[in-house]
Each structure stands twice: as C-alpha cells, then as structure tokens.
Write a protein that binds this ligand. Structure first.
Ligand code: 13P
Length: 336
C-alpha cells in the first residue's frame, strides 16, 4: 500500500468523513453576514476552533480542509490549528486553488486558477502539517454548457494540480462540481456530470496520477434547483451510483461528496441511500461544508459564548453524516 493510499484510508475509513471548513474570507463573510456576526479573523477562528475541538472530531471526522488564513492561526490552547486537528486523530488538509475566474473564450463559464507558484506553496503547507489538498473546478449546466473548452481546461488544471500535490507527498482531492443552479432534469445532470468526470480521469491518467492516492469529490445527481421534475432520494442514490460506476476507475479508493446547497437532511438522507445501495468497492462518504456547519453556525451566532452547546449541535450533525456513510442513518435517529 502506498503512503498516499494510507493517508486516503486514514481520512475516509469506518464511516469517517471530511469537514470542509475552507471557505475563503469572502465566502465566510457571506456565511457570517447571514447570521449577523461580524466577519473578523477572530470570529472566523473562534467558530472554526469550536468545531475542531469538539468531541465529534475524534469519532466522526477523518480530515479537515482549511483555508490559508486558518492553517496559519493558533488556537486558544496555544496549539497551531493543524496540531489541534491532528490531536483529535484527523488529518489537516488545505484548499490550494485561488478561485474560479471567468474563462476566456467562454465567458459565461469559469476556470479555476492557482497553478502559479503552487509547488512552493505546497511545500510550505506540508511543513505546516497538511497531508491532503483540495482544488475545485466548477461547471454550470445548460444546453450548451459545460462547453468543450470548459470540460477540457478544467480537467487539465485538475490533473496538473494533482501531479504537483502527489509529487509533494500529499493526497489531492479532485473536485469537479457541477452546479445545481438551473431548471434541468436529473437526467441532464447525470449526462453532464458523466462527461465531466470522464474527462477528468482522461487527464489524470495522461498526467500519470496514482489513482489509489486521490479522493474524488463529486456532486450527487440531482435535478436543478428550479426544476419542476423532482425525484425521490432512492432515484438520486441510484443515478449517482450509476454515474460513478460508469465513469470512475476502480483504482480510486474513495469518493467524498460535496453537499452543494442541499439541506443538511437531504445531504444526509441521500448519502445514506447511496451507501445502502453501494455495490462497488468505493468508500462513499461526505466532504460537506454547509451540510455539516449550518445548524452549528446558526446556534453559535445566537450564543457566541456557548462553546459546548455549539459543539453539541455539530457533534450530532457529524454523527448523522457518519451513520449515513455506513448506510445506518434513519429519521428516528435524526430526531434523538
Ligand atoms: P458544500 O458541502 O457546502 O457544497 O461545500 C463543500 C466544498 O468544499 C465546496 O467546494
């Protein structure tokens, strides 16, 4: 077993998942504005540190994705943030892309940037304790999109990023996110997501990526947010599994879904069914941002001093997601 594969298994085994706490300062400011908390470096640290020092970290969370600001911060207990995460048994990770910008040549689409100087930044993050990384490519759906240009260029940069990350001894999370915005059907999402994932693996193979040392972070197959053709969670789970079975090489050890705007309960229920029906060798777990943090953030914003209360809310959510990653979640357990 390679060192990279060992890191993947440490992060994803036994129903553990990933806490995506890598919101950029811009995105975190939007999240904090929505609950009327001023977005200062201190408040961003306080909320995140509250989650990272909760009991739930030990049992449920195998890895945490950080943002550059956070990986450089020191907790109240005087530990650095990567030390705090490692103490709980989880692996510190870091978002290394610098965001999605307008794609020249197809200006309604985006290309993710961040390759310049990446080798040096990776070495610095490795020294700070990071052992895995994230890069998010983003695709929107319409009859014309994603265009050939977007499919090609995003897959290409995801592969170049992955090669540099593995060279530095870390595991790349490969995140091609097909957005939920739009009125498209689940079938369209299935077809477009299949094309996106297929293209990503073509490029990863050209760039000689060790597939046993990556984590794929895809969207689930869902109808667009404004679609009037809703489908059941069972159908979502079956379509998602079929898409992954048809397009992900079997060498990939683990798949960790993004929540992408689903509610906490939707993201949990769908993951649970995916695991109930999972007849592949892929570990299927979560790498949730909003679907792990929303309730905790809401609670905390009203009781900023109540660290234990906030941790209780977070622990419950992480517990439910981990049960779902084992196909053992139920609505009754949710209500307890
Ligand atoms: P969400 O689960 O909120 O979609 O965030 C996951 C993530 O890391 C997006 O890049």
């Amino acid at each position: 077993m390679s060192e990279l594969n060992k890191i993947v298994l440490k992060i994803l085994s036994n129903g553990k998942g990933i806490l995506a706490a890598d919101e950029s300062n811009g995105t975190m400011t939007k999240r904090l504005d929505s609950v009327n908390v001023p977005s200062s470096p201190e408040n961003r640290l306080l909320f995140r540190e509250t989650l990272f020092s909760s009991d739930g970290m030990k049992e449920f969370i195998g890895g945490v994705i950080l943002y550059d600001e956070t990986i450089n911060q020191t907790s109240n207990s005087k530990k650095t943030i990567p030390e705090l995460i490692s103490t709980s048994g989880a692996v510190p990770g870091i978002k290394v892309d610098t965001g999605a910008k307008v794609l020249a040549g197809s200006t309604k689409e985006k290309i993710t940037e961040g390759l310049d100087g990446l080798r040096e930044r990776l070495q610095r993050y490795h020294k700070l304790g990071a052992r895995f990384t994230k890069w998010r490519g983003v695709y929107n759906i319409s009859d014309k999109y994603p265009s050939k240009l977007s499919l090609h260029s995003n897959a290409h940069v995801l592969a170049r990023y992955s090669a540099l990350v593995q060279e530095c001894g870390m595991v790349p999370i490969v995140e091609p996110e097909v957005l939920m915005d739009g009125d498209h059907s689940a079938e369209t999402c299935f077809n477009k997501t299949s094309e996106v994932i297929k293209k990503c693996f073509e490029e990863l193979m050209i760039h000689k990526i060790d597939l046993s040392g990556i984590i794929l972070k895809p969207n689930m197959i869902l109808p667009g947010t404004n679609s009037n053709k809703k489908i059941s969670s069972e159908e979502i789970a079956k379509l998602t599994l079929r898409c992954l079975k048809e397009n992900v090489p079997s060498d990939v050890p683990g798949i960790a879904f993004l929540s992408g705007g689903q509610t906490e309960i939707e993201a949990t229920k769908n993951l649970n069914l995916i695991n109930k029906y999972n007849d592949t060798n892929f570990i299927m777990t979560y790498s949730y941002g909003r679907a792990l943090q929303q309730s905790a953030l809401k609670f905390w914003s009203k009781n900023i001093q109540d660290i234990q209360g906030t941790q209780k809310v977070f622990n419950h959510r992480a517990n439910m997601c981990t049960l779902a990653a084992q196909g053992k979640w139920s609505e009754e357990l949710e209500k307890k």
